[in-house]
Design a protein around this ligand. Structure first.
Ligand code: SF4
Length: 278
């Protein structure tokens, strides 16, 4: 009845941006402390034991999950990715991509992620927002360009971009493709609104796009996310757990997991959604 469930670990609430629309309740004032690795491991194993249909995709989310790199810790994210892979799941990292603005940060992060992908033997998806809210077009196009021009990165990293079906997002998406052209990368439409980005040698990558329809974000608040309430049976339900042990299901209901098994919290979230949708 509830479709498939995917896990998202919000490893930090801290973010270098402070977007007005943030549904993640994240920003520069949040604690600069990533979720402890033991906790990551524990949640992944609890998730695997849930008696529901599980997606084999686990998202590393924030805030800005690349935070540990900028604190000088290059092992944290690779270790999290190893834990995800050990569980047989496919990892995705959701990031605002602003680290793509500077060569040093970009090089550090991309090489580290690619190295990890080769190590675990499975590509990693980097998902970045391209919409009217994030001033990150240049960083994102730098990231795509680096991946297109490098055999090593191309073999390990997938890039996906997401946004909304708003005019602002359409403009941002067009700006991204124009920025890529300035970097001597051609883009051509592919199926399903995706596009292929390739260099003059004809070498390129497929960039997946996910533009959500009917989603309204109107302010910095946890409770302004109502978009999946009516679609539970067809949607991949997202269970998001943050560093303070709060659990959210599809962003519509939050509960506290402290001293409770994940299954108990999910049961209570589902009941709360059932009550709202009646
Ligand atoms: S980049 Fe994402 S997590 Fe950070 S403040 Fe903006 S919306 Fe929130």
């Amino acid at each position: 009845m509830y479709g498939i469930f995917a896990l998202s670990l919000k490893v930090t609430n801290w973010c270098n941006l402070n977007c007005a629309h943030c549904r993640e309740n994240s920003g520069r004032d949040a604690a600069i402390k990533p979720m402890p690795l033991e906790k990551v491991e524990d949640y992944i194993s609890q998730f695997q034991e849930l008696p529901i249909n599980l997606s084999n995709r686990i998202t590393i989310d924030g805030g800005e999950p690349m935070l540990p790199y900028f604190m000088g810790d290059e092992n944290y994210i690779p270790t999290v990715l190893c834990l995800v892979s050990k569980a047989g799941a496919i990892p995705t990292i959701k990031t605002n991509g602003t680290w793509g603005n500077t060569y040093t940060n970009r090089s550090t992060v991309l090489k580290s992620l690619a190295k990890n992908a080769y190590f675990v033997g499975r590509p990693l998806t980097i998902n970045v927002p391209v919409d009217e809210f994030h001033n990150n077009i240049s960083g994102v196009s730098n990231i795509i360009a680096d991946v297109v021009f490098s055999d090593y990165l191309r073999g390990a990293l997938n890039i996906s971009v997401s946004g909304f079906d708003t005019i602002g997002s359409v403009v941002a998406y067009a700006r991204l493709r124009s920025d890529l052209r300035d970097k001597e990368i051609n883009t051509v439409d592919s199926w399903n609104d995706n596009f292929v980005a390739y260099n003059d040698d004809g070498v390129g990558i497929h960039v997946e796009t996910d533009y959500m329809s009917g989603v309204v974000r109107c302010g910095r608040a946890i409770k302004n996310h109502v978009y999946t309430e009516n679609n539970l049976s067809t949607y991949v339900n997202k269970i998001q757990i943050d560093n303070d042990d709060n659990v959210a299901l599809n962003y519509v209901a939050r509960d506290n997991i402290k001293k409770q098994p994940l299954k108990t919290v999910i049961d209570s979230l589902i009941k709360s959604i059932d009550a709202r949708t009646k």
